[in-house]
Every structure is written in structure tokens, then in C-alpha cells.
Design a binder for this molecule. Sequence first.
Ligand code: AG3
Length: 277
Amino acid sequence: MIWFTEHWTEGVGLTVKANEVKKIKSKYQEILVLDTPEFGRMLVLDGLVQTTERDEFIYHEMLSHPAMVMHPNPERVLVIGGGDGGTVREVLKHRSVKEVHLCEIDEEVIIISEKYFPTISQKLRDPKVKIFIEDGNSFLEERKNFYDLIIMDSSDPVGASEVLFKREFYEKVKNSLRKNGIMVAQTESPILQEEYFSKAYSEIRKVFRNVGVYLAYIPTYPSGMWSFTIASDFIDIKDTTQNTDRLKELKTKYFCDSIYACLFSLPKFVQETIKKS
Ligand code: AG3
């Protein structure tokens, strides 16, 4: 076994004991699969932990369900990034869904996930799912006024993902949404990556009328405190009394009615960061 470390800042990181299972270099990045005693199998892209078998449910549930529940009738959903399939799996738990498009730039991530992470990628071949191996940025240009929900399941805003955190990109997202459309994005750690977080928030704010931030606790991501930003022009996303009946039939391990009810209650310092952004 080795000790693997993801360096979060100059002075902080996450270290796990691990066995290397697979390491390849794709056209876009280094893809590493590890077996860890505490977190099970772990997917690492360019040195950054993307998901682990043990805590993936937290991220994937919290990225998808709040927006899915808020939307009056989500039928067409687009996931950008998310080649591991975890978000697609969660989206398909909602009966209203007719099609899910997955736009992943790196096909190798899908191939590796299907081979090494079957519990996460299990729904990628569902008949409702269509996979596009494309850059999210150009993909959106061809699909205007089409989706009910667009989910940004991207990596940190470095390398190929950088463009996905910019205002121009969020404009495209907005144009690809139908009326009542909602966008949700993972927006990094508000404590260890405050700059990324506040930049993403302020860029989204420039484009959408209603914007909200909520948090979840993900042990294998920088600091564990993780943010998501949800936005819509027509849906009042701050009203979490909407469609609560749908929560009853949803099979989840983290997201639940009490989390939905106080989705936007934030620690003071996060509120301050948002105000300043
Ligand atoms: N996407 C967000 C990962 C961000 C983690 N950042 C880090 N470890 N520095 C995860 C994709 C899972 N579907």
C-alpha cells in the first residue's frame, strides 16, 4: 500500500492509504483508480479526488435532488461532466424524467467508471440516457430552449473545466433551458477555495434572476464543506415548500425533507462571502 495525498492548499491535504488499481493518461487528464480501506474505491483525475464508493451518495444526491424536486415537471435533464454516472443514477430516480443527456468531454472517464465503479455507473446504459462525448461549451450552442434542468457535475475550475465557471458559459446554459428551467452547479469549498466559490457565485448571479447556495458535508473533498449553487429565472428556488410530496417516494441516504426545508440556511461567514461576491 501507498499513502496517496491530494494537496488542497500549500499546507493542507487529504491523505489516504491506498492500493493503485489502474492509472492511465487520457487525451485530457491522468485517471487514477485507488482502493482505499476507509473509502472503498476512489476516482482521482489529475490528482484531484472526484468520488469514492463510500461518500459519493452525498455529493450526487445533493447535486441533483434539490433542483429535481423544485422543478414542477423535470422531463429533460442534461448533466455536464459527471462521466462516472452518479448524477445520472440519481436523476433517474424521478419518475417524470423522459431523457437524460450526459455530456462528458473525456470518454475514458466513462470507460473506467463502467469497469471499476459499477455501483456508481450502473444507470449509464439505461434507455433514457444518451451519452455525448463532447465539450460542454460547444454542446450547448446546438441546443437552445431544450432542457428543464442542467446540472454541472464538473471538476475544479482548472484545465478543461475552467470555462465551465465563467459568465459566458452560464449564458449558454440559460439559453439552453426551457421556461421554468433550473441550473445547478457544484461550486467548490467555501472555506478552502473561497475564491473559486465566490467567483462562481458572482458569475452565476450576473446571469440568473434567482440564485441560491446550499452546502453538504463531503469527507473526501477539500475541507469537507462543499457548496452548490442553484439558479433559475422563473422558479422561486428559495421556496422549499414546493413539491415536498415527491420526497416521500425518493430513495436517498442523505437528502431528506428536513434538509430540503432548511436548504438555504448557511453559516454566517458563507452568507458574508456571498454578500461580498
Ligand atoms: N466533481 C467535483 C469534484 C471536485 C473535487 N475537488 C477536489 N477534490 N479538489 C465530482 C464528479 C463526481 N461525479
